[in-house]
Design a binder for this molecule. Sequence first.
Ligand code: B3K
Ligand code: ZN
Length: 846
Amino acid sequence: PQTVYLADYTPFGFIPEKVELRFILDPHATRVLSRIEFRPNPQASDRRFFLHGEGLKLIAASIDGAPVTPELTDHGLCCEVPEGPFVWAAEVEIDPAANTALEGLYMSNGMYCTQCEAEGFRKITYYPDRPDVMSVFTVHVEGPYPVLLSNGNPVDSAEGHATWHDPWPKPSYLFALVAGDLVARSASFTTMSGRHVALNVWVRPGDEGKCDFALEALQASMKWDEEVYGREYDLEVFNIVAVDDFNMGAMENKGLNIFNASAVLASPETSTDANYERIEAIIAHEYFHNWTGNRITCRDWFQLCLKEGLTVFRDQQFTGDMRSAPVARIENVIALRGRQFREDNGPLAHPPRPESFVEINNFYTATVYEKGAEIIGMLRRLVGENGYRKALDLYFARHDGDAATIEDWLKVFEDATGRELAQFKRWYTDAGTPRLKVTEEWDGDAGRLTLHLEQTTPPTPGQDQKPPRVIPVDVGLLNPNGDEVVPTTTLEMTEARQSFSFDGLASRPVASVLRDFSAPVILERQSDSAERAFLLAHDTDPFNRWEAGRTLARDVLLGLVLRDEAPSGDFIDALARVAGDDGLDPAFRALALRLPGQDEMAQALSDAGVTPDPTRIWEATEQLSDTIAQRMRPLWERLHTEMEVTGPYVPDAEGAGRRALRNTALMALSRCDGGAAARAQFAAAGNMTEQLGALSSLLATQTAKGEVDAFFEQWKHDRLVMDKWFGLQVMQARPEKAAEVAEALTAHPLFDLRNPNRFRSVFGALAGNAAGFHHPSGKGYGLMADWLIRLDKLNPQTTARMCSAFETWRRYDADRQQMMTDALRRINAQPGLSPDTTEMTARLLP
Ligand code: B3K
Ligand code: ZN
């Protein structure tokens, strides 16, 4: 496998003016005929005509109608071409039914579908398969299937064939084709200039009843993008297709989004509130890509966060507008810390804009996506809302139709706002999470509070030196009575050390620092539990209010782990006050009650210079949960009763918040009542949120009786619900049982190695069960390695991604380090291992 470098970028020597494709579908022998009008690219100097192609059987090729015999390699072909414009034509044969990698054209439950991003189009036909080569596509699809779809607008269709034309030039990674026995639920949208757009969600027969929510989310997204970004949709039709076998959440192909069924299908009986929220966010994300990704694409794959960071930022804004902004922000930060900070702190750390890769699919990471979104949030904070809007307008005006770069993106901000961004750019080029140390100095005579800030970023692979970055630090000051004396102010830190003063203060205030999590940094600040309890009770910034409680809980857990110190009464009281405060949003209360995750605790210990013991962390978490449950039992009983939502299920934020708080209460109650309340809720559940909440409580407290089997019998026909059934058993297994439970489930008749959702439901859950995965027996590591080795033969992309289960090995003791690296070495040494997994294991190993 070859390493590709950002520094080596050169444009392609030819421009495809027009692409015409004809597909004659057959499960094992699909024919793809291409006709492409090329002309020399005046911007390019290299005139070698190389087309990517992998796993293709070339039947015939011609230039200007005359047959040619190109020189073939494993990665493509080369051919002599005329000096002026010419027409390239080729016919290839491919085998979609044998394609288990789910990249290129493949089959899923009898239906044809495609996944081309990043480099899958080359598995369909010979083509300059790179994002900066854009063209207008016309696609003819032939085959004995009722539904034949491709990108753009329908031109004509009759039984057995259809023609689609996409007027918008696009790179090949946005190509899509779908065929099969599908049914649609439809709606429409009228754009701001009055054009009618037909909206369809295509599913397998039987799933029609689960499309309405996706359609509504799509309409809301279209409207939001018009109102907030001034972006209008640009085709006559917008199609979404649900497929069962898919490597990721979804794909933004122009006019034909393809979705993992789990990211579209929703019904109250089968989907939880969390599922609904995720579906809404993913529908929005893929739709928003129409402008940030499709109309403006990336020059090369190093620029991936140009489209992904921005589109995640947009979908997060959308979720904040549709639901509760503070709750959404807290959820995003929990996810960022859980995945991106973890990545940034280990051997897989890389800049949001990497400098090299072997397999680009390995760089669809939390750093590119979630940190990429945080960077845009910081930019917006620094230039202000108006500056941001001006910059975005300029971005769309200047770069529509372009394949752009991070430099282009920063330039529009500089031009629109007059702000210089050279130092800010380090956020894109440097890896690692900055540590921000804050100390306070109070001068009572002068009425002045000074904050001393110091930033350092530890070295990451390949980057030893980390110059200071621009860090927007939002700060507010509160009086001891809880009033805000200084509202949120953005301090712009640009040096390694810097001090900021606030004058004219009558008494010493309490500082609320890094409000709204204004920068993706680790805040190091000494403060006592009284101050944290004060902020938890009074901070006007909801994020920092939550954060104060979280930090308090983390300290209590650390005390338990390190010194066997019982939780203080103050902590329990503070928690009880928030939980019982009916003036607060129930969703916020549920979040405030969630203890820090075990992986987060392991990282916190390791940051404090202590080798974490996952078993001990688990025990401490259990102990603390029991204490909280018992000491506040009356409150749990009250909340479980009062938070019940009656009437028909509505997947809105309000109902979801109440159900979340109710399920939190139920979990605590189950620690006290032997599972009685959970069994009752399971029996009476009117929706999946209640049913799964009850089952989780029963499993977590080992009080389930027949419920696991009952759930199976009720839902065995439904794949997505079965994923939950598989996952929950592994997630809630005791540490010493987790590997055993996972292994037993791999022998279940419904376990399917070829279905990424099912594989992840077992092995993603195993990796997420920290104490189980890291059990000292090493069984978790061994089982994970065995199954990754098996999966790699079928699906390299999903295998490579899941290797990140091992990314924290450096944190642990010598025995665990040995076992984890042995597992990685065993995977790495497999003959015939995919380039994807080879790259990942090599990066993970010392
Ligand atoms: N752009 C796709 C991800 C493609 C992943 C390729 N391995 C989905 C998204 O971010 O919207
Ligand atoms: Zn995306």
